[in-house]
Write a new protein. Structure first.
Length: 321
């Protein structure tokens, strides 16, 4: 091996070692001694918010996902810039809601343990507690993240509801997530709403000839056309009709019947691994979805985290220190 190749290998090893060390900085109960009340405080704030507005659950879950897929799980989606060029100003993030839940959790914790608990950890805890409040799964959230100082609208390149299976797998793989994580986390569409512009092409002009998407059940497409006219840019549609406020397994039954709302939902039937998972959850008594969802959320929560002395612990989640 030449000296230059040895240098490249050594640098790659150091990068991998650094990434592993960062993720190893996370652990369940990280604040057990420094702020033992933290998780209880977050849970109280979240449960009160969801009781008042159950539809906040889905945006809070999406917020965690959107944060981790851009610059890693560093709370950068929470930051605001005076020039409106932060991540939250990007088109995919304009529909996010619930930032006040993060702010309220942070403020309550700061009164008890100032300068200890990061906003990125609060975001991860909020996502978990919101799912529990909607009768969904619970999982042990690893904490110990620190907050980033950078948020840039130009870096927002999230998986899209228009993506095919190849692109989805590539995007998730780039973040260390596999096909199972893709289909499991897509199951988060069991709660929340979509909007007509995101499905208009599936209903009216899929191939540019005024046709509908052949992967969409024709009866379901007819129902959607009654709700979404071609020029409708505002109407919201339930992603999981009938139980969009409850976290359950019914999403997989819908996708198996070709009634997934988005192209990215339908695309999960185009891969043998994701398709097998869908039909297993849709037809097997004793679903593993809740357990699997927690496992994948923990994996997602490790993406490019800042730990140790990297980043900072923000005093307020919307602005860097």
């Amino acid at each position: 091996m030449t000296a230059s190749k040895r240098l490249v290998v050594s640098c790659l090893f150091l990068v991998l070692l650094f990434a592993e060390a960062n993720s190893m900085g996370l652990k369940v109960g990280f604040y057990g001694k420094t702020c033992p009340q933290a998780e209880g405080i977050v849970k109280k704030v979240v449960f009160a918010a969801i009781k008042k507005a159950p539809t906040l659950g889905a945006p809070l879950l999406r917020m965690n996902f959107h944060d981790c897929f851009v610059r890693g799980c560093d709370g950068s989606v929470l930051l605001e810039l005076s020039n409106n060029q932060a991540e939250k100003n990007a088109v995919p993030n304009l529909s996010l809601r619930g930032f006040g839940v993060i702010d309220d959790s942070k403020a309550a914790i700061e009164k008890v343990c100032p300068g200890v608990v990061s906003c990125s950890d609060i975001l991860a805890l909020v996502a978990r507690d919101a799912m529990v409040a909607l009768e969904g799964p619970s999982w042990e959230v690893e904490t110990g993240r620190r907050d980033g100082r950078v948020s840039n609208i130009s870096e927002v390149n999230l998986p899209s509801p228009f993506d095919n299976i190849t692109k989805l797998i590539t995007e998730f793989s780039a973040k260390g997530l596999d096909e199972k994580d893709l289909v499991v986390l897509s199951g988060g569409h069991t709660i929340g709403m979509g909007h007509c512009p995101l499905i208009a092409n599936r209903l009216y002009n899929f191939t540019g000839k005024g046709d509908s998407d052949p992967s969409l059940d024709s009866e379901y497409a007819a129902k959607l056309r009654k709700k979404c006219k071609p020029t409708d840019f505002t109407t919201a549609i339930e992603m999981d009709p009938g139980s969009f406020k409850t976290f359950d397994e019914s999403y997989f039954t819908l996708v198996a019947k070709r009634r997934g709302l988005f192209q990215s939902d339908a695309a999960l039937l185009d891969n043998s691994k994701t398709r097998a998972y869908i039909f297993k959850q849709a037809t097997t008594y004793g679903s593993t979805f809740f357990t699997d969802f927690g496992v994948s959320m923990v994996k997602m929560g490790r993406i490019e985290v800042l730990t140790g002395h990297a980043g900072e612990i923000r005093k307020m989640c919307r602005i860097p220190n």
